[in-house]
Design a protein around this ligand. Sequence first.
Ligand code: ADP
Ligand code: MG
Ligand code: MG
Length: 252
Amino acid sequence: GSVLEIKNLHVEIEGKEILKGVDLTIKSGEFHAIMGPNGTGKSTLASAIMGHPSYEVTEGSITLDGEDVLEMEVDERARAGLFLAMQYPSEITGVTTSDFLRSAINARREEGSEIPLMKFIKELDKDLDFLEIDQNMATRYLNEGFSGGEKKRNEILQLMQLKPEIAILDEIDSGLDIDALKVVSKGINKMREENLGCLIITHYQRLLNYISPDFVHVMMQGRVVKSGGPELAKRLEAEGYDWVKEELGIED
Ligand code: ADP
Ligand code: MG
Ligand code: MG
């Protein structure tokens, strides 16, 4: 198993401090949810973990199994076993979903031990089937002209194919109808059986009806201000965030 440890993380965008000391530890097999109002830094946290160049870490640390993640290039982070599903996945013209997946899988394997083509195709077909994705999607350019729901399913396809140690899923539920939400959740839950550690970032409790988190964290103003179990998500859904602010004396 793996451990992702985030300690006292401070992150700036264009000189403005967005994260102000985030502490979070995610282990293999654990599912954590981060909830919080818009603009509190949830996506910033995801981007900082994956090494987006616009996000400057000014203080604190991120380690994976004791290795300094902040010292790693973006592709090294992926090879080390981190996976990020973006809130807004980008389109990649000229690269098909299938090519993209195959090179990403091979990047995680030892040199000279690339996945055999037939094995790749077989496993891809199996996962396409499982996620109820049209076979055609594999030969289309990645995310190009994909609907919102198709992009999200494709992110979960990547998750299932790449089998990371720790995944960060940023608003994987946004814009999904109930059927797509069920399929996406089914994929995530399958990976959970395979001991995935996961950080689920969501604005709404809805997704957590299908993927029951072990831990729920509330983020406000760039910090994790409260942590609990699934009951915390239910209370947030029912009552909003004001009671947390009052309890902790946080001003807008
Ligand atoms: P959340 O995901 O919780 O809604 P974000 O992490 O996206 O919040 O944003 C946190 C804050 O950082 C917001 O005030 C937002 O305006 C600001 N921010 C995010 N990305 C950028 C950027 N690329 N440039 C400048 N400010 C940004
Ligand atoms: Mg947002
Ligand atoms: Mg966000």
